[in-house]
Write a protein that binds this ligand. Structure first.
Ligand SMILES: C[S@@+](CC[C@H](N)C(=O)[O-])C[C@H]1O[C@@H](n2cnc3c(N)ncnc32)[C@H](O)[C@@H]1O
Length: 200
């Protein structure tokens, strides 16, 4: 049990509510990253997609506008409210719930990651790998941005290429790994775009 109040514990929604309420959201890209646009342009179908820890949900709104079946999930009520206000014409499912306990009607074909793993205290990371596997259908893909740093403190909590491999390889096979050209300052030079396919 931590002695810290909930608003100082990133595993608790109060931590994020406080930051959204104060407008202190330095991770907010304010738009859709190019690597996601490029990935989507190459898709033939429109996979069912989950965006866990969606925050302002820019990408969710963009995918939904293109007819994708998107669920954007966040356990911070203030984040969901910020997304709802910002994206007045939201077309997808915007859900307030916890990634670790949320019960979707069916597994997804795609999960999009941005600034979510690095928002979780490292003690939750093993569960992240298992949970991503559980939320995806066989052959489904975990795509997105992973943050690399050896700074012990966070958020953002960085990983290393080796640690990320150890975390995801039991569940996934990596299919792509590229540098990112349009990072915002907090992630610049320290994030990579990756695609991981769920093992059957
Ligand atoms: C650093 S923000 C990133 C938001 C968004 N992905 C973006 O790129 O702007 C991390 C988000 O994850 C959410 N979050 C953290 N733990 C969560 C959990 N267990 N379930 C759902 N959302 C969670 C927080 O509320 C916060 O909105």
């Amino acid at each position: 049990m931590s002695d810290k109040p909930d608003h100082q514990r990133p595993e608790h929604p109060d931590f994020w509510d406080k930051r959204f309420d104060e407008g202190t959201t330095p991770w907010n890209a304010g738009g859709v990253p190019q690597a996601l646009r490029d990935y989507v342009a190459k898709q033939e179908g429109r996979p069912s997609a989950l965006i866990p820890g969606c925050g302002h949900a820019w990408e969710g709104a963009w995918l939904a506008q293109q007819g994708w079946e998107v669920t954007a999930l966040d356990f911070s009520a203030a984040a969901i409210e910020a997304a709802r206000v910002l994206l007045g014409n939201w077309q997808g499912r915007l859900v307030c719930g916890d990634f670790f306990s949320f019960a979707p009607p069916a597994p997804y074909e795609l999960v999009y990651e941005r600034a979510f793993l690095c928002a979780l205290p490292r003690k939750l990371w093993e569960d992240y790998g298992r949970r991503m596997h559980e939320l995806l259908a066989p052959g489904g893909r975990l795509i997105g941005f992973f943050f690399f740093s050896d700074e012990p403190k966070g958020p953002p909590f960085g990983t290393t290429p080796e640690a990320l491999d150890t975390l995801l390889s039991p569940w996934f096979v990596r299919e792509d790994d590229c540098p990112v050209g349009d990072s915002i300052p907090v992630f610049a030079g320290r994030e990579r775009w990756q695609v991981w396919r769920r093992k059957d």
